[in-house]
Ligand binder design. Structure first.
Ligand code: PAF
Length: 274
């Protein structure tokens, strides 16, 4: 992979990367299109990274369809799908990991200890192997995006991190490979996340600014749905990820719930021009 990248760089071409764990949906394809529009050549990495899954999480059942992914990526004009074997990425137990402090102590970091170390470590490895000039990540994993921006900044990597807005199904459900776990009934119930987000945005549009009350209201809305266990509802500053009491231009509402065996997340910038 690095030999190919060195050749592109020698020829003066810019490399864009979309890091993924595969099982592509329209969200991934949108990231690929954005990477294509912003760079000369595009690499998609496809690697279900074992070290970002905790014990009892869904590593073994994470959805995979390599052939379909290759067809979809090729259809988007992706130049290379970098899909290393686990043994190639981790030939021996890894002794060096990357930890981004502070940003990883909140939100998903609380219930998924070690998750963001796994993400930061594999992204660092992928960046070093592929040598991209830019990388595109989805805002759906908004904490991951903040962590990676900080990682690149702290380590002085000359890589532009580009955020792509959340891509939603026509009924509002944020696209995710994990949506494939949902039964028909659960899929229906899962709409409570995007409904809660729409509700929060309408409250804020009306001038409401009390984060604690909004959190309380959103929690109540979500809990009305049978089968939903709320993991967190937080209003945080989009950069520092610190909890906020008063909603302002930088505020993000972030939600995580469990629905059956599936963990779902969603988020929104509360004060956006809509
Ligand atoms: O967002 C994902 O799919 C993964 O966390 C990533 C960034 C590809 C790292 O494994």
């Amino acid at each position: 992979m690095t030999v190919w990248s060195n050749d592109q760089i020698t020829h003066g071409r810019t490399i864009g990367i979309v890091p993924t764990m595969g099982f592509f949906h329209e969200g991934h394809l949108s990231l690929m299109r954005l990477a294509k529009a912003r760079s000369d050549v595009v690499v998609v990495s496809l690697f279900v990274n074992p070290i970002q899954f905790g014990p009892g999480e869904d590593l073994d059942r994470y959805p995979r369809d390599f052939e379909r992914d290759i067809t979809l990526a090729t259809g988007e004009g992706v130049d290379v799908v970098f899909a290393p074997e686990t043994a190639a990425m981790y030939p021996e137990p890894i002794l060096t990991t990357v930890h981004v402090g502070n940003l990883t102590d909140t939100l998903c970091g609380k219930s998924r200890p070690g998750h963001f170390d796994g993400v930061a470590t594999v992204v660092a490895k992928i960046f070093n192997i592929v040598k991209p000039h830019l990388a595109v990540f989805g805002e759906k994993d908004f904490q991951q995006l903040a962590v990676i921006k900080r990682l690149v900044n702290d380590l002085n990597w000359d890589i532009e991190i580009i955020a792509h807005p959340i891509v939603r199904e026509s009924d509002g459900l944020a696209m995710s490979s994990r949506n494939s776990y949902l039964s028909v009934d659960e899929r229906n119930t899962a709409l409570c996340l995007s409904k809660a987000i729409r509700y929060a945005r309408s409250r804020v549009r009306e001038g409401f600014r009390d984060a604690d009350v909004l959190i309380e209201e959103i929690g109540r809305l979500l809990r009305e749905h049978a089968g939903v266990t709320v993991e967190y509802v937080q209003v945080v500053d989009g950069q520092s990820l610190h909890d906020q009491q008063v909603i302002d231009n930088g505020s993000v509402l972030a939600i995580a719930v469990r629905l059956g065996r599936t963990r779902l997340i969603d988020n929104t910038i509360l004060l956006q021009g809509d």
